[in-house]
Structure formats: C-alpha cells, structure tokens
Design a protein around this ligand. Structure first.
Ligand SMILES: *[C@@H]1O[C@H](CO)[C@@H](O)[C@H](O)[C@H]1NC(C)=O
Ligand SMILES: *[C@@H]1O[C@H](CO)[C@@H](O)[C@H](O)[C@H]1NC(C)=O
Length: 310
C-alpha cells in the first residue's frame, strides 16, 4: 500500500515542495535572527563608545598622555596641513599643558609662499607661535606620494633640532605613515636610523603616531574602545575641543577641498591620537622580518646591541 504511494508522482512533488518550503522558512528565520543579533551588538557597542566618551570627558586623562610629561616636544611632519589632519588632539593638549613647550618641524613647504603662511596661521589657531614653527625647504625633499626622501638629510636636521632645543620627545609618523604616503614613511625611517645608530641623546625619547586600518580610520568615536584598550599613550579631545582643530584646518585655504572636509568630519585622528614609543629592540626585530625595509632604507650599523635608545 505505502509502496505505491511513494511512487505516486503527486506525492513526491508534494513532499519536495514541503521540503523546499521548510528550508526557505529556516533560512528566513536564521537571517532574521542574525540581523537582530548584529543590531543588538551594534547597539551595545555604541553604548560602550558613548560610555567611554562621557566618562573620559569628565576625568583628566593626563595619566595616559606621554610620560613625564616631556618639557620640550618636537612634532615632525612632512607637509603643511599634516599637523591639523593627523596630530590635532596631541597638539591641543600639549599647547595647553603648563609644563610642555611644543615645536613644529615641517619638511616641505608645499611649493609656494601661500602654503607657508597657511601653516603659520593654522599653527596660531592651534596655539603654536610662529617662532616655534620651522619649515625646511629643499629640492631634495619634493612633495610627492611616490618619492622616498633621503633619510640622512632628514635625520641630520632632526638631530640638529633635538640638540639645539634640548628636545625631550620627538613625535612623528609610524612606518605606515597613516596614509602610506612615502614622504611620511621617510620621517619614520629617519628617526629609526637615529635610534639604531644610537645618536639620540639620553634625555630624548622617540614616539610615533599609530596608523590604523581604513575602517578604524573613518569611524570617528567608534574607534574609541579599540584605541584605548590597545595603546598605552593616547590623547583625546571632545566634540567642542575638536572644533578648534577643524578651524585650524580651515586656515589651510588652498588645501581645504571637499575630500579633506569629509576627512575632517569622519576621521578618528581629529579625535584620538595614539602613540607608541620607538625602541632599538623593536626596530631590530622589524629588520629581521621586513626585507623591503632593509634593502631600501637600512644603512649598515657598526654597533649591534639590544638596548632601548634612552
Ligand atoms: C615656543 O618656544 C618658546 C622658546 O623656546 C617657548 O618658551 C614657548 O613656550 C614655546 N611655545 C609653546 C606654545 O610651546
Ligand atoms: C660601539 O659603541 C661604543 C659606545 O657605545 C663605542 O665605544 C664603540 O666604538 C662602538 N663600536 C663601533 C664599531 O662603532
């Protein structure tokens, strides 16, 4: 009896239809479940971000800023506008600190006089007097995405600055240069060379601005929990304080075009700066794994030792 039913074509069709319906129903169910779970996770993460932000607004976060604090801070940038686009929170707090003085060393002028004036105006808005801004102009240092600047020229200038101003902390880009800009990366190689060659005076420490991936780069305060939990030194500004950084960026009139406006709205670098100390030990480990670095940037060092460059 049941044997003939199975063979019945209608029955088979009905059976398959039920199976398909059931599979579709489960898929819809799962997708709905996953959607809700993602939504809840997103909501919870947003709450964590807001929580961190509200708490940090109330407390003084000096304990997480550079240790010391350093009395004389040298910020080394590649182009006029780097300071406002990438180092705003750091500059905001250092210029307001009663202990620290800040100096800005910029390795190109962007080609014309107007950009120099823009940099001075921008620095003024940020609270750095004109006298503390040095712009180096050299044909060896062209403003270009694809040109590596000569490391020895950079290193020599930075070292000269450290020694003549008795700088206690040098801050610049890390080996990814925030945007992988070759000019930015050259600055990192310059201080790495100084560190490895043990030319940095004992009173001076080197720090780099951490680069983050492209998603973290454009999520504003959503990067807050990750930044705070993954780094030891950080600077954070509130929405109100950030307005000063955006106003400073507006001083770069020739540069303040639509994509930089969008950048200034969404970038985490206008809220948070996270810094890492550079040590000879880390650099040597890097050399072992990063062939490109060795081939293109590393001049032989006579002295191999594993101390930090303190
Ligand atoms: C600028 O440099 C001068 C002289 O070195 C210093 O006294 C002053 O505090 C610096 N300004 C800032 C805002 O750090
Ligand atoms: C290595 O450094 C020490 C001092 O730190 C110095 O006396 C020595 O000459 C250096 N060696 C070489 C090969 O440069």
């Amino acid at each position: 009896m049941w044997f003939s039913e199975i063979l019945d074509i209608e029955f088979v069709k009905e059976y398959l239809r039920n199976q398909v319906n059931e599979i579709v129903w489960w898929w819809c169910y799962y997708i709905r479940e996953i959607f809700w779970q993602l939504l809840i996770a997103f909501f919870a993460y947003t709450c964590v971000c807001i929580f961190f932000y509200v708490i940090l607004k109330k407390v003084n976060h000096a304990a997480w800023q550079l240790p010391g604090p350093p009395r004389r801070v040298l910020l080394v940038t590649a182009h006029p506008d780097d300071e406002a686009m990438f180092f705003g929170p750091l500059i905001y707090w250092v210029t307001r600190s009663k202990i620290s003085n800040i100096y800005l060393l910029c390795f190109s002028s962007g080609g014309d006089k107007q950009r120099k004036e823009e940099l001075w105006n921008c620095a003024k808005v940020l609270g750095i007097p004109e006298a503390n801004v040095t712009i180096i102009m050299s044909t060896e240092l062209p403003d270009s995405q694809s040109v590596r600047w000569p490391i020895d020229v950079l290193a020599e200038n930075i070292l000269h600055y450290i020694e003549s101003y008795k700088i206690n902390a040098v801050i610049t880009f890390d080996k990814h240069g925030v945007s992988k800009h070759k000019n930015h990366i050259s600055l990192y190689f310059a201080i790495a060379a100084l560190c490895i060659e043990k030319k940095v005076p004992s009173y001076c420490k080197l720090y780099v601005l951490e680069s983050v991936n492209i998603i973290r780069k454009y999520v504003q305060l959503f990067d807050l929990p990750i930044s705070l939990l993954s780094t030891s030194y950080w600077y954070l500004v509130t929405y109100e304080q950030r307005q000063i950084i955006r106003n400073a960026m507006k001083a770069h009139k020739s540069q303040y075009v639509w994509f930089r406006k969008i950048y200034m709205i969404f970038s985490r670098y206008t809220f948070i700066n996270t810094l890492q100390e550079v040590s000879a030990l880390d650099l040597e480990l890097d050399f072992q794994f990063d062939d490109e670095y060795i081939q293109s940037n590393y001049e032989p060092v006579q002295n191999e030792s594993n101390d930090n460059c303190k």
